[in-house]
Design a protein around this ligand. Sequence first.
Ligand code: ATP
Ligand code: MG
Length: 252
Amino acid sequence: MARRKKIYEGKAKILYEGPEPGTIVQYFKDDATAFNAEKKDVIEGKGVLNNLLSEFFMNGLNQIGVPTHFIRRINMREQLVRNCEIIPLEIIVRNYAAGSLSKRLGIEEGTQLPRPIVEYCYKDDALGDPLVSEEHIAAFGWASQQDMDDVLSLALRVNDFLSGVMLAVGIRLVDFKIEIGRIYEGDFMRLIVADEISPDSCRLWDIETGQKLDKDVFRRDLGSLTDAYSEVARRLGVMPKTSQVTKPTLIN
Ligand SMILES: Nc1ncnc2c1ncn2[C@@H]1O[C@H](COP(=O)(O)OP(=O)(O)OP(=O)(O)O)[C@@H](O)[C@H]1O
Ligand SMILES: [Mg+2]
C-alpha cells in the first residue's frame, strides 16, 4: 500500500492527506503535553480514547445542526475530517472558574460564573498562545467581524450541547477549548468546528465528588489519565475494548 503524505505533526495528532480532495486524516497519538509542551509523557491508550470521544461529540454536534469537520472514524486511532483553513485562535468557553482564569482574576476554582465567558487566545506556541481581544483579532485580520459573530454563536451552541451531554452522565463541563475553520463551497464560505473535542481540551469534573476527569489529571499529577478518560468514555457509552486501548493499530 502506498505511503500516505504527512501534512503536519502536532503535539497530540498527525494529519495525513485524505483519500478524497478536501479531506484529511487525523491520527490521534498517545503523547500528552502540558504547559506549552514543558511537561511531556506518553499515555498508552489516550489517542484511542480521544479519537472515540471526539467522534462522539462531533457526531452529536453534526446531528443538532452545528457543522463540524468530522466525516467518519476510520479505525481506533484515525478519523476522516474535512480539511479547513483554521482561524488562528483557541476559542475558550468557561462556565466555572478554573485554570488561567482563576489565576489571572483571583477567582477560586469551581466558582460558577454569572454567564458563560468566551475568551480568545492567539494560536502561537512560541508566544505561549496569548490571550487576545476582538480588537487584536480585527486589527491583525485574523478573522472578520462577521466571522467573530459566527464564532461566538458556534462556541455557545457547542457549550450548550456539551454541558447537557455531560450533565446527563453526572459530569460538570467547567470549560473547554475549540478551534474553528473556514471551508469554501463554491462562492460561499462557512465556519465549522474543527480539531478535537476530548478530555484533552475540556475541564470535566464529577458532579458528586468533584473528581477531575480531564487533562488536569496529567498537568497536576493527580493519578492515571487513562483511568480518567476511560471513565468519561464509559459513562458516555463509547468505551473501546481493553485490547483496543492498549494496542495501537498499525498504520500504513
Ligand atoms: N479540519 C482541519 N483542517 C485543517 N487543520 C486542522 C483541522 N483540524 C485540526 N487542524 C489542525 O491540526 C493540528 C492538530 O494537531 P495537534 O492538535 O497535535 O496540534 P498542536 O500540537 O496542538 O499544535 P497547534 O498549536 O498547531 O494546535 C492543529 O494545528 C489544528 O489546528
Ligand atoms: Mg492541538
